[in-house]
Write a protein that binds this ligand. Structure first.
Ligand code: BMA
Length: 307
């Protein structure tokens, strides 16, 4: 069995003096640039109102910068309760940030982007007009197409686009047709006891010679959130080629067990340095934890569970 190894204590905690992040910081997107790691995290100000904040670390987890104000604010009607749970991918000289827009009734997928993590542009709501979250894209085009990952409960679905323009403006028939044939676009369903209630994508998939490593979260009957991993075919990521039957990360430490929502680990970002894959995750909806796993050992383990 292989597991994510925690590195020291929690990486980031709420700051009482910053009203917008005084209640909790959680569920971080991350991406490596050179020797550094950018983090975009969900910040809660109380009453579950969220915005997205920014911090930057080196690979050892030393904090290099933390912005005193959110970088993605609640602006649209659909996000009047919160901008939540971001994921980052880099494509065509831009960082694309998919996040959950929450209006206190519905969850929709929204998109923002930045070139420098200083100025951010919003692109509005993307994705189907139904309760949907845990969205992101693969970090590169596959056979010339963009693959969009999303989660209509309880499964994980993919959708295919020609380019970013197509994703932003797919035409009025695209999503109704997708929803009508949702089974055809469903890539993973809950399989094991620890993910019975639902699953959802975690960080954007990581490319390796053997396939895409896809870390996801699974929710059990008692609403314990754990993280599992699957391997997707390099050229046809709709094909799951391996899937571990057990989680690689589960709530164990006190700050993973007890927080604003107990028993939650919720990974949304990684940063790869050689064979070390660092994983950043929300812990008990309260703080941000991190850990690492060896890519080669993970692939060896996945190879034991080929489908
Ligand atoms: C999910 C999301 C996450 C959260 C998790 C546990 O539905 O809302 O933001 O971490 O629940 O509360």
């Amino acid at each position: 069995m292989i597991h994510v190894e925690r590195i020291g204590k929690a990486l980031l905690e709420a700051i009482e003096e910053h009203a917008w992040e005084s209640q909790a910081v959680l569920n971080p997107a991350s991406i490596r640039e050179g020797d550094e790691v950018h983090l975009l995290y969900r910040a809660v100000e109380g009453n579950n109102y969220s915005t997205i904040g920014y911090a930057r670390f080196d690979r050892h987890g030393n904090l290099l910068e933390r912005r005193p104000e959110p970088v993605i604010h609640r602006e649209m009607d659909q996000e009047k309760k919160g901008c939540e749970d971001p994921r980052i991918t880099y494509m065509d000289d831009r960082y694309f940030i998919f996040y959950t827009a929450y209006d206190n009734v519905n969850c929709r997928v929204a998109l923002a982007s930045t070139r420098d993590f200083i100025s951010f542009e919003k692109h509005g709501i993307v994705g189907p007009d139904v309760w949907d979250k845990d969205a992101m894209i693969f970090p590169e085009k596959i056979n010339g197409k963009i693959i969009f990952i999303h989660r209509i409960e309880p499964n994980i679905q993919f959708a295919v686009f020609e380019d970013m323009e197509h994703l932003l403006d797919p035409g009025e028939h695209y999503w109704p047709a997708h929803l009508a044939k949702l089974d055809n676009y469903t890539v993973m369903r809950p399989l094991f006891e620890w993910e019975t209630t639902k699953i959802g994508g975690g960080p954007p998939p990581i490319k390796t010679e053997e396939g895409w490593i896809f870390i996801y979260h699974g929710v059990d009957r008692d609403f314990v959130y754990r993280a599992g991993v699957a391997l997707l075919d390099l050229d046809d990521p709709f094909r799951v080629v391996a899937r571990l039957p057990y989680p690689i990360l589960e709530p164990v430490l006190s700050y993973e067990l007890i927080g604003d929502v107990n028993n939650v680990v919720f990974p949304e970002g990684t940063a790869r340095f050689d064979d070390d894959l660092f994983i950043y995750y929300g812990a008990a909806d309260k703080v941000i934890g991190w850990g690492k796993i060896s890519v080669s050992e993970l692939l060896d383990e996945l190879n034991k569970y080929r489908i």
